[in-house]
Ligand binder design. Structure first.
Ligand SMILES: Cc1cc2nc3c(=O)[nH]c(=O)nc-3n(C[C@H](O)[C@H](O)[C@H](O)COP(=O)(O)OP(=O)(O)OC[C@H]3O[C@@H](n4cnc5c(N)ncnc54)[C@H](O)[C@@H]3O)c2cc1C
Length: 413
């Protein structure tokens, strides 16, 4: 029995787990908790390293596709395996134990794919899902704007209809992988005379279209993971609208809920990585470090149980709801504490950076990267608002802009 195997597993799940396990053992290196090589790759900050990382991710996605493990629960007519979401979970439990880094596909597979499956036309499903699964096309998310992040529905990028096309103008920001992406999911305002949530449309945009200009932004970690993206007279064919015109807010909810769940389950690190770090630095007998390691172990267990709770909801046919906000919030806290712990373990050596630091600064990046995890996909404060209002039934924030036509809502200049 593998470490992650559930005792209540069905015969079908056990059979699939054995099949996935056998393929992974034969084809991929196991993730070792003392594996510096893997961490060095993840910590790479040069443009060449980033290109190499994307190329390696594409190659891995292709191998998974050829072996029949890409899109385990995606219907066969869209090139998936056509199995149940339960088998998809089994796959994710198994694959995480190997050094397969397909993180650049997280937007495509974790957010765009479920949105197109839920709201796309038949043509959109057939056109866009197979190349994602094959690793041929990378996707990015063009939602946030300089004046619209937490208040995403306040976005001002505009799309105007011109014959069979829409013409888009505006600016997006914090767009992960946009500089490598082939396609983007885009929210733009298509009606200014209705309240803000009701005048937004959801588009699929070819990132090679004239007028799309992503400019990479280098983060505090040294990695240029995301971009600001300028959109000038970008023409999008009308059949690349997902859902109804002005119905984009509802479609975006599917993307955002999947994004929170994705971030909630994203970290490649496990408890044993921190134990190994403490061993390497000779800190396993330090009582404060031991105490912090015990707390880390406890948080990993809590996260595991939260994951099981979400799985139980999915099994019972309930859509993802506030569970994703709880998971996102717990992951934020976990990420902050683990970042702090890593540098506490390193002690004075924690002040080093880049190639001078242990494992090329991977742990310093975990520390600095904690704010990305805590902000991306909805900040901690916003998740608390969602939980307060939707779970605890607390009075909602006063929001007069919810009912006024967007055109007359006061905005920053
Ligand atoms: C690593 C990373 C990757 C990202 N990738 C993408 C991407 O690929 N595509 C994309 O479109 N976006 C992306 N984002 C953007 C992300 O969704 C936004 O940063 C996030 O929604 C917060 O918006 P903001 O940065 O504009 O902050 P703001 O909304 O301006 O918030 C500033 C501060 O005010 C607080 N605040 C705001 N409103 C409230 C409120 N109502 N109640 C209490 N406090 C409040 C916030 O919690 C925060 O502390 C990414 C962000 C990060 C960090």
């Amino acid at each position: 029995m593998t470490a992650v195997e559930e005792t209540s597993e069905t015969a079908e799940q056990a059979r699939f787990r054995a099949e996935a396990h056998a393929w992974l053992e034969a084809n991929a290196p196991r993730r070792r908790h003392d594996s510096s090589e893997f961490k060095r790759r993840v910590a790479a900050t040069s443009a060449e390293d980033e290109q190499a990382h994307v190329a390696a991710s594409k190659a891995w996605q292709r191998r998974l596709f050829d072996a029949g493990f890409a899109g385990v629960s995606v219907p066969r007519e869209y090139s998936g395996r056509g199995d149940s979401p339960a088998l998809d979970r089994v796959w994710r439990q198994e694959v995480v134990r190997y050094e397969i880094d397909i993180g650049v596909f997280s937007v495509a597979l974790g957010m765009v794919l479920p949105t197109i499956l839920a709201h796309g036309t038949e043509d959109q499903k057939r056109r866009f899902i197979p190349p994602m699964l094959r690793g041929d096309e990378l996707w990015c998310q063009l939602f946030s704007e300089p004046g619209a992040g937490s208040d995403l529905a306040g976005l001002t990028t505009r799309a105007e209809r011109d014959g069979d096309e829409w013409v888009v103008n505006g600016q997006k920001v914090w767009n992960s992988f946009a500089h490598f992406a082939d396609w983007g999911i885009l929210l733009a305002r298509t009606d200014w005379d209705v309240p803000k949530h009701r005048g937004i449309t959801y588009f699929l945009v070819d990132m090679r279209s004239a007028g799309v200009e992503p400019r990479p932004l280098r983060q505090i970690t040294g990695v240029a993971h995301f971009n600001e993206t300028f959109l000038t007279d970008v023409r999008i064919p009308a059949d690349q609208v997902v859902g109804d015109v002005n119905g984009g807010w509802g479609v975006a909810q599917t993307t955002l809920m999947n994004e929170r769940a994705l971030i909630g389950g994203a970290s490649p690190l496990g408890f044993h990585d921190y134990v190994e770090l403490a061993r390497h630095h000779g800190r396993t007998t330090d009582p404060e470090i031991r105490q912090a390691l015990a707390a880390t172990y406890t948080r990993y267990q809590i996260l595991r149980w939260l994951g099981q709770r979400a799985q139980a909801a999915a099994k019972a046919g309930r859509p993802l709801g506030p569970e994703s906000s709880v998971a996102k919030l717990v992951i934020s806290d976990h990420s902050a504490r683990n970042g702090d712990l890593a540098l506490a373990i390193e002690g004075a050596a924690g002040m080093l950076a880049g190639r001078d630091a242990f494992e090329d600064g991977f742990w310093q990046q975990q520390f600095l990267g904690q704010w990305g995890v805590r902000i991306g996909g909805g900040t901690e404060q916003v998740q608390r608002n969602i939980l307060g209002e939707r779970v605890l039934g607390l009075p909602p924030e006063p929001r007069p802009d919810k009912t006024e036509p967007f055109r007359s809502v006061p905005k920053n200049a």
